[in-house]
Design a protein. Sequence first.
Length: 505
Amino acid sequence: MKLELRGITKRFGSLVANDHIDLTVEAGEIHCLLGENGAGKSTLMNVLYGLYQADDGEVLLDGTAVNFAGPGDAMAAGIGMVHQHFMLIPVFTVAENVMLGHESTKAGGILDLATARAKVRDISDRFGFDVDPDALVDDLPVGVQQRVEIIKALSRDAKVLVFDEPTAVLTPQETDELMQIMRQLKQSGTSIVFITHKLREVREVADRITVIRLGKVVGEAAPTASNAELASLMVGRAVELTVHKDAPKLGDESLVVEGLTVIDQIGQLTVNDVSFTVRKGEILAVAGVQGNGQTELTEALVGLQPRVRGSIRLDGVELTTESVRKILESGVGFVPEDRNEDGLVGEFTIAENLMLDRSDSAPFVRVGNIQRGLLAEFARDRVKEFDVRTQGIDEKVGRLSGGNQQKVVLARELSRELSLLVAAQPTRGVDVGSIEFIHKRIVATRDAGVPVVVVSTELDEVVALADRIMVMYRGRIVGIVPGDTPRDVLGLMMAGEVPAEGAAA
């Protein structure tokens, strides 16, 4: 089936998320829609899928204009979508999830699960998915859950499949398997729209590439284009994609974590008996698929988890009994994984956000009064140093782009004397130009002799920054290995496989 989007425009108030976008996907083609988070890729696909109504433009299937009032209409027309966050019911079986919303019944209104099972087996056998129709979804690995999403779409005779950031929660091996599945789907005549911001994957699987920046199509490219060329299209300028760093000049052990256990609000172990050390002048990168205890680990390091056992010592000082404020005052810098939820106050100005950690004491507050002149000078210097693109220091931080918001967080955390930097998902949702800048600052912090803990689900980022890599799986440490450990080994560890003897460092 041939898909055409002509002049699609979608506005949210004054924000133009899609600006007269044209896109053509030929039958049996893998067409990659490349762009940074916030570029408008997902909005465009949500228009196609009937979740949003376009303000202008039209959608055509095999030359015929169509109008979808909702996802049901899109599915009926042969459009399927595999979402970044799976739309599955964990306590249902594979067959039950596949038939959900399209239930067939036998006499007496009894669900016809046998037909659903047969359909799962047929599609699974056809594409080599190896999915048990009677397995509970909650018991399946993430990569297999994604196959269930694909089976759901194919069971409804999808001729066009949209994959929205499909590798965000996959290990490298699962990503490779997904690429192979896409090729099989292509060979069967299925048209695929592959939405991503990962250059490596684009060049591996795409037949054609369309690049979107700030809601507009800014260019098309062949998969033979270099990473540098694609990055330049995404950002609008040349970008240095390689992290340059010298061998670490290691100092004494600084951060010592022993037997750390974190229990969540419903009594589950999210971090289970974790022990590790980080030396001065070293970057320890924590890798793993999202949801394996990394978030709770970083929050425990800065005092944000209330139910913690074990020991966290920084330069000999126990932190587990200290408040968040005391921990920050001891020189711990914290870049949270969700800057909007935990890192910034959107209605505050840039200047006000830059003093959040120090809002009750010198140099910005004296005798209960904010030293406006001193704060303004400090804020202007940080905006210049960290290249924050803004109208001025009094602009509300919520109006900045994601990359510039992240730079404000970094500017605040790195503008004081640090004894430890904890950076969780430091480049999530920022463009490749901002990634380049953020990586340089993290390496500079390490080179200044500060121990650094970086948590990232982006394996490229882990490999680029790490002196050592700690892999977590289901709340435990699978292993701690050198920073130059091959990606395939790291991928197996992310799936829970303990590295071979001698690989740990």
